[in-house]
Design a protein around this ligand. Structure first.
Ligand code: ADP
Ligand code: MG
Length: 259
């Protein structure tokens, strides 16, 4: 995707995202604009809408109102004159370059580690096996799993499974990676291995939105921390400002509970 300089500062634009489940509104016109290369950490209490918001970013969960643009192209929302010509095929190609990593490492148990990374490239990106394998090996090396390529996922630790899930996303050459509590299902001793991979990705300039409760990580890696509560963004800003000098009583309480 050719992201020109005009999209560098609003590479991902989520505008007035509204979402309800039945009678319950879980996102109240939430807007977030992300620059290319920016790392955003979203924090907030359980049930405040973090996952739902993240899933609207690639329209995995379609919102009821608002829109999402990536590099200026409409990913989700009501088409207007600016995007009326965007075809479904192009849209799918755009969405395929938004990677998503979930809490419970969705790896396929019936495929080897290598095939877990090769398969989606062949199916979704229509790459030939040779190219897909080359990409897969590079991605596995990046997450430190190159020596595990012939293993079955069941023989991996939780941390290794999560790094496999990350390699699978990286092999697709994502322009944006969304992560929903990537370390919260891990045993404590396995968390740092995954966070170190994420740190390296951040240093390489990967644009990421990460929902996390790891405040130390957020403080060292995030360019911006976003605090959500009850379906709204309550505070956002530089990590040291948000985490050290919270303005609202709600954020103060949330941080106290975590510490
Ligand atoms: P968080 O990730 O911050 O814990 P979620 O986005 O998962 O919050 O959920 C926000 C609210 O929406 C919660 O009350 C949750 O129960 C509700 N919710 C989430 N997904 C669904 C769904 N598919 N159907 C009904 N309610 C949902
Ligand atoms: Mg969640």
């Amino acid at each position: 995707m050719a992201a020109g300089s005009e999209t560098k500062h609003n590479f991902l634009e989520m505008t007035e995202i509204r979402k309800s489940f039945g009678d319950m509104t879980v996102l109240h016109d939430v807007s977030l604009s992300v620059s290319q290369g920016e790392v955003i950490c979203i924090i907030g209490p359980s049930g405040c809408g973090k996952s739902t918001f993240l899933r609207t970013a690639n329209w995995l969960t379609p919102a009821d109102g608002g829109e999402v643009r990536l590099a200026g192209e409409l990913v989700g929302g009501v088409p207007d004159a600016r995007s009326v010509s965007t075809q479904t095929k192009e849209l799918n190609a755009l969405r395929a370059r938004v990677g998503m990593v979930f809490q419970n490492f969705n790896v396929w148990p019936h495929l080897s580690v290598l095939e877990n990374v090769v398969c989606p490239q062949m199916v979704v990106a229509k790459r030939r096996r040779g190219e897909a394998e080359k990409q897969a090996l590079a991605a596995l090396a990046e997450v430190g799993l190159d020596d595990k390529k012939s293993e079955w996922p069941d023989n991996l630790s939780g941390g290794q499974k999560q790094r496999l899930a990350i390699a699978r996303v990286l092999a697709m050459d994502p322009v944006l990676v969304l992560m929903d509590e990537p370390t919260s299902a891990l045993d404590p001793e396995l968390v740092s291995g995954v966070l170190n991979v994420l740190k390296r990705l951040a240093q390489k300039g990967m644009t990421m939105i990460i929902v996390t409760h790891e405040l130390g990580f957020a403080s060292s890696v995030a360019d911006r921390v976003v605090f959500m509560e009850e379906g709204r963004i309550v505070e956002e800003g530089a990590p040291d400002v948000i985490l050290q000098t919270p303005k609202t009583e709600r954020l103060k309480l949330f941080l106290e509970k975590l510490n």
